[in-house]
Design a protein around this ligand. Structure first.
Ligand code: FAD
Length: 284
């Protein structure tokens, strides 16, 4: 399987993100979406890993499924609530599957927990260091262009990111809706001497309430004009889907024109509207 850093070096990348399914119906929907989106020959497809203990198990299986479709599969791995031994065992599992790429994350603490248990990881960068010591993989990290809610200040958050990105081969951003957040973040990294490629994460805003909840959690700006367009469509699901495609396509065009090395589409395990957005952008 190719390394993502090498794919980025060859030209702009298209990638899709999927979540580990929680039940049998979710599994069926995911399988259909993996098949349909793999036909677009993306550079890679990634699979989330539930930090709260839920939906952790299926991630290796979904990555295996992606590889069997002939696409590079990248697992997300969160280090919160894991010991070094547990992380080592997961890396061994992936190495045995032929995986050569990893998205190293901190993850959020399980609900009801406020303290990281002694001996557990506290920062994604420590997971990057552990993985580097064992494997010659391409290692990515998360970027939060609008800041992370836990950052003590904007500057502290940017310094934290600069240190983490400098240790990684690439980064993938949280979803955002305004291209200027991405541009400002990349500039702030460059000003700190960090030029690690930052793949832009985009989410077609189909689900008004779900995206509103996620945006509030992540500290992502949910522009009023997008919300107003979606609300004006009322219960017309097709109209909303067209608006989501239009918004994501326009954002993607701006980001690619601004030099983003790739686009990572958050699919929510649906093949549409991700497929149409990728085609509109000429990435498929
Ligand atoms: P870290 O970089 O370790 O840090 C967390 C944040 O805390 C920092 O961004 C920073 O603002 C602050 N911080 C920590 N230490 C310092 C410091 N010393 N100084 C200043 N600030 C500090 N979660 C999952 O559970 N499973 C997934 O599969 C998953 N996939 C994701 C994929 C992407 C592309 C993104 C962007 C996020 C994903 N997340 C996932 C969410 C992520 O785990 C959370 O946002 C988490 O709270 C932060 O993880 P991180 O790896 O950025 O953490």
């Amino acid at each position: 399987m190719p390394k993502i850093a090498e794919l980025i070096a060859q030209g702009r990348t298209l990638s899709f993100e999927f979540s580990a399914p929680r039940d049998a119906e979710g599994e069926r929907r995911l399988s259909r979406s993996l098949e349909r989106l793999s036909a677009l020959r993306p550079a890679f497809m990634s699979v989330t890993y539930g930090a709260g203990g839920t939906s952790r198990g299926p991630t290796p299986e979904v990555v295996r499924n992606i590889i069997s479709l002939g696409v590079t599969g990248m697992p997300h791995l969160t280090c919160v609530s894991h010991t070094q031994e547990e992380i080592g065992a997961l890396l061994d599992t992936y190495a045995a599957m032929g995986v050569e790429n990893l998205l190293a994350l901190h993850g959020d603490l399980p609900e009801g927990t406020t303290e990281v248990p002694p001996g557990h990881f506290t920062r994604a960068i420590d997971l990057v260091a552990l993985a580097r010591g064992r494997i010659g993989w391409s290692i990515g990290v998360a970027a939060h262009p609008e800041g992370h809610p836990k950052a003590a200040s904007v500057e502290a958050g940017l310094d934290h990111h600069a240190q983490k990105l400098a240790a990684a081969d690439f980064a993938i951003t949280q979803f955002f809706f305004r291209a200027e957040h991405y541009a400002r973040f990349v500039e702030a990294m460059a000003a700190r001497g960090v030029h690690t490629p930052v793949i832009a994460g985009i989410m077609p805003p189909t689900n008004i309430e779900g995206i509103g909840r996620m945006a509030a959690l992540n500290g992502t700006e949910y522009p009023r004009e997008i919300l107003a367009r979606l609300e004006a469509a009322g219960d017309d699901v097709d109209a909303r889907r067209l608006i989501a495609i239009d918004e994501a396509t326009r954002l993607g065009e701006t980001l690619l024109a601004a030099g983003a090395p790739g686009l990572h589409i958050y699919t929510m395990n649906f093949s549409e509207p991700a497929r149409t957005v990728a085609r509109n952008l000429g990435l498929a």
